[in-house]
Write a protein that binds this ligand. Structure first.
Ligand code: GRF
Length: 212
């Protein structure tokens, strides 16, 4: 049984998609052992509470400097020792030390077709504002393994979503969530939990019948 820690910062709709997929049997052989947020007010924490999943807040603001936050965050993660860390709308960069200790065991969902609209400064609504400003006709979401870079790790899967006439950033964000994020992330977790998806030397390896 794969033990996952899910890291969140916001409303938690991606966390909810994972919980719903577990309840529906679309994710098997996995459980969420804890939810961690950098934001005490994150709606995602209420979603965890409803499912009686242990949740904790680790905010950089509670530490005198970045280094002490990163060592506390990394120490806590090592104590939990998950098989998989899932970044589900998590707005804190993962410390390099944690990336090294959990090499190949951290995945992230990003609301664009990487390498478009990603990297420093591209998060949440900002991604969709830029996509609309640039006038792209197709956008989407990407689920990828996490390395020391920002949104640069090996891509697991992507799903395209049409940009429609009159889209606002909020409308587009919702469509990307519904049609891409909430599908890709649970599928990737199920494939990893059932040994169909790994990463080695920066290359995603698939075996058996993968969903994505
Ligand atoms: C989502 O668009 C996600 O892709 C991005 O953060 C947004 C909020 O996600 N990383 P959630 O509703 O908190 O899961």
């Amino acid at each position: 049984m794969l033990k996952a820690v899910v890291c969140v910062s916001g409303g938690g709709t991606n966390l909810q998609a994972i919980l719903d997929a577990m309840d529906a049997g679309r994710i098997t052989n996995a459980r969420i052992m804890a939810v961690i947020s950098n934001n005490a007010g994150a709606g995602a924490l209420k979603r965890a509470e409803k499912k009686k999943i242990p949740a904790l807040v680790l905010s950089p603001k509670s530490y005198p400097d970045r280094e002490s936050f990163e060592s506390a965050f990394t120490a806590k993660m090592c104590e939990l020792a998950p098989d998989l860390i899932v970044l589900a709308g998590f707005l804190v960069k993962i410390p390099d030390g944690m990336v090294k200790k959990f090499d190949g065991k951290i995945i992230n969902i990003h609301p664009s077709l990487i390498p478009a609209f990603c990297g420093v400064g591209y998060y949440g609504l900002k991604v969709h504002e830029e996509a609309l400003r640039r006038g792209v006709k197709v956008t989407g979401a990407t689920v990828h393994f996490v390395n020391e870079g920002m949104d640069e790790g090996p891509i697991i899967a992507q799903k395209a979503v049409a940009v429609e006439e009159g889209d606002t950033p909020e409308i587009l964000q919702r469509r990307v969530m519904e049609q891409a994020e909430w599908i890709l992330l649970p599928q990737a977790i199920d494939d990893i939990a059932n040994g169909r998806l790994t990463v080695k030397d920066g290359h995603v390896c698939r075996s058996g019948k993968v969903q994505i």
